[in-house]
Design a protein around this ligand. Structure first.
Ligand SMILES: Cc1ncc(COP(=O)(O)O)c(C=O)c1O
Length: 401
């Protein structure tokens, strides 16, 4: 039995705020903030040589933790700044042929739509949009869209609005049967539920660190299956993503003043070739501390807790007669619950006033996809859910500001 009070002490903000908002931003743990401050100070204020020696190791450490989290090899993990960056790294590396098509869905967050439309414009591709059915995206809905010219099926593992969790194994089978790749935006699933891309047959997967992983913004993980990565040319190349041995030799040459302006022979191994920029090591220290905490708590326990809370909330909102868009089946959801009612949230002033109503009661939620989006994470308590339901009832009665 986990000690919820001890867990909540890792997130001091929970003393003041009912945080039902991880689908937007997750709160930082104390240990992540402490690691960040320490690294930032020793690197950039004190210029501590030992801290600088750690810089190369921190990247390996985060890749290793990311690999453990995703059940893959460290060389299959690249460090990225955002989901958008990771998806673009993959989209821009594919050798497109005019007339190819990419299959996305009508529920995607722009991060997993715009990069594909951009490639379509540049290379004469077709973007096909699969229509959801009552907020769900079953594998059958993709059958008519995927054909021999499909190069990529791109989907969010969990949708930012409806909270629907896709059947990635089923989609991988469908995509591969047509010679296409399955590329996944996993920012709304990694950290909330267990995500094992290799077992699921996913070819590439990107997730930012600042939502369900409670890490700093500007961090993230990109998984690319090793064989696939090694056949792709990254779009952006520089010192961070040429091969490790060349990097070392080039650095020696540069320091020692012997012919350092030269061509390069090869990319970094596996997915690391997609690391076009060197990330701030202090930020990576914070990300690492957070990932270690998640692994310490146990991904199985986290998933169980997240699904238990989202399930309880769905039951209660359904009992109140509200329209819960998120599926009840735990295999088809994670930590997002979207509820709609007889409200019209299309007007931006209304949705701001709804968020303000909840915030005035110390509750952080979001208005998204025409509904109220509640995110339940492992640190939430049953009391948090009760407080949300009470505040919702108040708002419905028109007692809110
Ligand atoms: C499904 C989904 N993908 C991507 C993003 C944006 O990710 P990033 O800021 O890491 O590019 C969001 C943000 O809400 C999201 O919900």
């Amino acid at each position: 039995m986990m000690d919820l009070q001890a867990i909540r002490r890792e997130f001091p903000t929970l003393e003041k705020v009912v945080w039902l908002a991880c689908a937007g931003v997750g709160p930082l743990t104390c240990r992540a903030l402490a690691a960040w401050e320490k690294a930032q100070r020793s690197l950039y204020q004190e210029f501590d040589p030992e801290a600088w020696r750690e810089v190369g190791r921190i990247q390996d450490r985060v890749r290793g933790l990311g690999a453990t989290l995703l059940g893959v090899d460290p060389e299959e993990v690249a460090l990225i700044r955002s989901t958008t960056e990771g998806l673009n790294a993959v989209a821009t590396a594919i050798p497109w042929r005019r007339g190819d098509n990419v299959v996305i869905t009508d529920q995607e967050y722009p991060a997993n739509a715009i990069p594909w439309y951009h490639q379509a414009r540049l290379h004469g591709l077709q973007v096909r949009v699969v229509r959801s059915r009552d907020g769900r995206l079953p594998v059958e809905a993709f059958a008519a869209a995927v054909d021999g010219r499909t190069r990529v099926v791109a989907i969010s593992h969990v949708q930012f609005g409806s909270g629907f969790r896709a059947d990635l194994a089923g989609l991988a089978e469908l995509a591969h049967a047509h010679g296409a790749l399955l590329v996944v935006d996993a920012i709304q699933s990694v950290g909330a539920v267990r995500v094992l891309p290799r077992e699921l047959g996913v070819d590439a997967l990107a997730c930012g660190g600042y939502k369900w992983l409670c890490g700093p913004e500007g961090t993230g993980l990109l998984y690319v299956r090793r064989k696939l990565a090694e056949g792709l040319h990254p779009r952006a190349v520089g010192f961070p993503n040429i091969s490790q041995t060349e990097q070392e030799d080039l650095w020696e040459a540069l320091c020692g003043g012997r012919g350092w302006v030269r061509d390069f022979a090869g990319y970094a191994q596996g997915a690391i070739r997609f690391e076009g920029v060197g990330l701030n090591p202090a930020l990576l220290s914070a990300f690492a501390a957070g990932l270690e905490y998640f692994l310490e708590l146990g991904l199985g326990w986290i998933e169980e807790r997240v699904l238990e809370l989202s399930g309880q909330l769905i039951t209660e909102l359904t009992r109140l007669g509200l329209e819960v868009v998120t599926p009840g089946d735990p295999r088809e959801r994670a930590g997002i619950v979207l509820v709609r009612g007889p409200w019209d949230l299309r007007d931006p002033s209304t949705h701001k006033s709804v968020e303000a109503h909840f915030l005035s009661r110390g509750i952080r939620i979001h208005v998204r996809a025409g509904g109220i989006r509640i995110s339940t994470h492992f640190f939430n308590s049953e009391d948090d859910l009760d407080l949300f339901v009470e505040a919702l009832a108040e708002w419905q009665k028109g007692k809110g500001p």
